[in-house]
Write a protein that binds this ligand. Structure first.
Ligand SMILES: Cc1cc2nc3c(=O)[nH]c(=O)nc-3n(C[C@H](O)[C@H](O)[C@H](O)COP(=O)(O)OP(=O)(O)OC[C@H]3O[C@@H](n4cnc5c(N)ncnc54)[C@H](O)[C@@H]3O)c2cc1C
Length: 369
């Protein structure tokens, strides 16, 4: 078996395959393992009630949603059993349940169970020459491909990348060449509003402008295009809405009440103060008349963390064609497997964990694994 991509889905698939007696080759295109997972907050969660998952992600594939929802708790127990370090026993969100892991420790525990990975190797290129070997695509979607993002998601303005730099759609391209179909949600993404200033991987979490729910939201032309009460708790729809505005930019305007709000244990005022100086704008320096009461504005850009649509799979994580027929020897997991959270937002780590395990189980049942 070949596993392309050593982020969460690929590490899990390789570890599970080894547990089942296979000898997978885990290939990673980047110079490190862990993908976006190692950059993440490490909260692996599901909605508390399945009905909430359906309601919040109405365009998603119900069969895959149920699979992830039903198998997550068992998979979290498995991760714990591998020695992955849990730092919180809950998610900090009353709507969801799950665990928060320390991402580096999680990566190392899985890497050990997977038997290591080969770095700087394009797994899809290697697999192209081995059509008889089962292949699990776990390349993390196409957020890092400016061309594919422009083609499917945001033709007008470039989105900044807030995720792993090597996820350029290799899995999607490979699956389509083999006859795989695409899922729903190809024009959607999970992302964040981020300050319009310098930030890098180390600030992906801490610099997130997660206070759209407490702000007034204007674009550069002074159009108030979204109300605070329309912003989801995850704020993922704010990033999507900003992507459609001129320059994929917006201003989040805060009054004293907004600044006094808290996001988990951090005050909005602290988040604003931590934004790069070039992103903080005084009310009289805005390119439009600020509403009365505005104390400060933060200029934000839409940043993409990962794609939502991708390769179509069945409940065995088998890549399927447009008729729903499995493509021989081909499986997909994690962000590569599209359409789970279409229309909304759900845990990408949960999708990677459950589908990584399912893909390995299906691939191991194929002769030659
Ligand atoms: C800042 C941040 C915070 C986040 N916080 C959370 C959170 O708290 N909870 C949550 O659920 N989700 C969170 N996420 C999202 C989560 O990290 C992703 O959903 C998850 O990592 C997806 O797993 P994956 O294995 O599909 O992709 P990834 O983990 O990104 O791994 C894909 C891997 O494939 C490799 N690859 C690409 N192309 C090839 C190729 N051709 N050959 C071989 N390898 C290849 C990539 O380099 C990468 O290592 C966060 C993400 C970020 C960036």
């Amino acid at each position: 078996m070949i596993v392309a991509g050593a982020g969460l889905a690929g590490l899990v698939a390789a570890a599970r395959a080894r547990e089942l007696g296979a000898n997978p080759r885990l290939l990673e295109r980047g110079s490190r393992v862990g993908g976006s997972m190692v950059l993440s907050s490490g909260v692996i969660w599901r909605h508390r009630r399945f009905e909430d998952f359906r309601r919040e992600c109405p365009g998603g594939d119900e069969v895959l949603q149920r699979l992830i929802w039903e198998r997550l708790d068992e998979a979290l127990g498995w991760l714990r059993g591998l020695g992955a370090p849990v730092v919180w026993e809950e998610t900090g969100n009353p709507l969801t349940v799950g665990l928060r892991f320390e991402p580096r420790g999680l990566t190392l525990a899985l890497l050990g169970a997977a038997g290591g990975a080969e770095l700087n190797v394009d797994g899809c290129a290697i697999a192209a020459g081995e059509p008889d070997v089962p292949l699990v695509l776990a390349t993390g979607g196409f957020a890092a491909s400016a061309d594919l993002v422009a083609q499917f998601i945001c033709p007008a303005a470039p989105l900044r990348l807030r995720g792993n730099p090597w996820s350029i759609g290799a899995g999607l391209v490979f699956a389509r060449e083999r006859g795989g179909a695409v899922s729903e949600g190809l024009d959607e993404f999970y992302g964040r509003a981020m300050p319009d200033g310098p930030w890098g991987e180390a600030e992906f979490v801490s610099a997130s402008a997660l206070f759209g729910r407490f702000a007034r939201i204007f674009d550069e032309d002074g159009v108030e295009f979204m109300r605070a009460d329309e912003v989801w708790w995850s704020e993922a729809n704010l990033a999507q809405a900003i992507a459609k505005r001129p320059g994929a930019r917006a201003f989040l305007l805060l009054d004293p009440a907004g600044l006094a709000e808290r996001v988990r244990d951090v005050a909005v005022a602290e988040m604003v103060a931590a934004a790069p100086a070039e992103a903080r704008v005084a009310p009289d320096a805005l390119p439009f008349a600020a509403p009365p009461g505005t104390v400060v504005a933060v200029r934000v850009v839409s940043a993409i963390t990962h794609t939502v649509g991708g390769i179509r799979i069945d409940s065995g994580a088998r890549v399927v064609d447009a008729m729903g027929v499995p493509v021989r020897n081909l499986f997909a997991a994690g962000v590569d497997a599209g359409g789970v959270a279409a229309g909304g937002y759900a845990s990408g780590l949960a999708q990677a964990l459950v589908l990584g395990r399912v893909a390995a189980e299906s691939a191991c049942s194929v002769a030659g694994a």
